[in-house]
Design a protein around this ligand. Structure first.
Ligand code: NAG
Ligand code: NAG
Length: 438
């Protein structure tokens, strides 16, 4: 046996993964639970939009995926490409992001029971407002759920028009689950997002993905279900193999949502499945000693501690947060006296100074298309600042809606808004409505 195959064998033994040759062409792979398993690109595309040709324990899944994509394209006849673009983006992120993230646990996922008080709150809210649920809106070309075939609904915990909804409820839920996630990760956590209660309906598929930052240390609680058979959450463990995690109402799956690929690629069989997603990020304070060190300080760059230094996402982050842009941390201060007109306009756009922006655009239209040394235009600053009125003025005066940062290599306006403010920001809807590209 040569050195490489010895090392391969060793790594196989170490990860506890068993590969048994059954015939020359077929291999059986068992995951750590001893289940027959498979890696990425077998149940659904994860790393590549092509399927693994050699290993197909689930039969040929290409047809199912092709139907899924056709459904999306037909639902968005004006922009069928948007479906394919979302898919490319999803796969690229599934390759890049997990490798760039600090993990805080050994396994990446774990099923436990939700605290009774939290589950009672949620199921009560769900039952009380079930008839007031609303259909969830998805951005054009979004492929995360096959909403064209199986619409999703929300009994939104954020909705203050629903009795008991709003911040008080959200805080009780965050407070209720936080100790469990802190115990699991060994890190002090702070809330970063909460989404739900989402109701998936018959035929639903949740496309495998990693969550956007800063959705780091997270949990899913199944609030209610009416199904004919289990609807498994499929995750890819540290060994790269698929695990099905089944859930009953009251179950809570802890997962490192920024690095663990998770999805539900097998269509839901039954009436519905209702979940809430609760997300935290680490503050940097350790709650116990760790075997392997983790970053606890953002450093001078203020780069989040969960981004591995030297990783592809470090580069991405640095591109999006160039050091010259430090006025963002200090937006109240005026720019240096010698600022160029472009710098002044960018600064005004970043802080939402509508009067100054108006003044500039009426006198220096050329500045709208100018880029700073990082390839940012004033409109990117306005998007990042979340200033809808400024973005509108810039567009009315001929600004570019589809120009990316970093001289065309970086993020689109929509991505900037999503990353900084999320889907539910009015700027996101506005950009969608004017046909901004992902
Ligand atoms: C997960 O569940 C699906 C659908 O029931 C099944 O086809 C697949 O083999 C399961 N995968 C694993 C790893 O158990
Ligand atoms: C973190 O976990 C993910 C998923 O389990 C894995 O793919 C990735 O390689 C891990 N990251 C590092 C740096 O080990």
């Amino acid at each position: 046996m040569n050195k490489i195959s010895t090392m391969k064998l060793l790594s196989v033994l170490v990860t506890g993964l068993v590969v048994r040759a059954t015939s020359a062409s077929q291999k059986q792979v068992l995951n750590a639970f001893g289940e027959l398993s498979y890696g990425v690109d077998v149940s659904f595309p994860v790393h590549h939009l092509k399927f693994d040709q050699d290993h197909q324990p689930l039969g040929d899944r290409r047809k199912a995926y092709e139907e899924f994509m056709e459904g999306c394209r037909q639902y968005y006849p004006d922009a069928p490409d948007s479906c394919d673009l979302t898919e490319e983006d999803r796969c690229a992120m599934s390759v890049r992001q997990p490798a760039s993230m600090q993990n805080y646990t050994d396994t990446g996922f774990k099923k436990v029971q939700a605290p009774k008080a939290v589950f009672d709150l949620l199921s009560n809210y769900w039952e009380t407002h079930y008839d007031e649920r609303s259909q969830e809106k998805w951005p054009r070309g979004n492929t995360y759920v096959n909403h064209w075939a199986a619409p999703t609904y929300m009994v939104n915990v954020e909705e203050t028009s629903l009795r008991g909804g709003g911040y008080e409820l959200k805080n009780k839920i965050w407070d209720g689950v936080k100790p469990i996630l802190e115990e699991w990760t060994g890190m002090e956590l702070e809330p970063s997002s909460m989404y739900g209660i989402r109701q998936y309906t018959n035929g639903a598929i949740l496309n495998p993905h990693a969550d956007r930052n800063p959705l780091i240390s997270s949990c899913i609680i199944n609030v209610a279900q009416d199904v004919e058979e289990d609807w498994p959450l499929e995750v890819y463990g540290r060994d790269g193999l698929a695990y099905n995690v089944t859930m009953k109402p009251g179950d809570m799956v802890l997962y490192e949502s920024h690095s663990l690929i998770h999805g539900r690629p097998f269509p839901l069989k039954g009436k519905y499945f209702a979940n809430i997603f609760i997300h935290f990020k680490p503050t940097g304070k350790l709650l116990r000693e760790r075997d392997t060190p983790v970053l606890t300080d953002e450093g001078e760059e203020h780069m989040p501690i969960y981004i591995l230094r030297g990783s592809p996402d470090e580069k991405k982050w640095l591109r999006e947060h160039p050091p010259q842009k430090s006025f963002r941390h200090n937006v109240k201060e005026s720019p240096a006296a010698a600022a160029s007109p472009l710098e002044e306009l960018s600064h005004a756009a970043a802080i939402g100074d509508i009067d100054r922006v108006s003044h500039f655009v009426s006198n220096h239209k050329d500045l709208l298309h100018k880029k700073d040394s990082n390839g940012w235009q004033p409109i990117h600053e306005a998007a990042r600042g979340g200033h809808l009125d400024v973005v509108k003025i810039l567009l009315e005066n001929g600004g570019d809606v589809n120009e990316r940062t970093n001289f065309g290599e970086g993020d689109s306006l929509i991505e900037i808004v999503f990353d900084s403010h999320g889907y539910d920001h009015p700027l996101f809807d506005f950009l969608e409505s004017v046909g901004a590209e992902l």
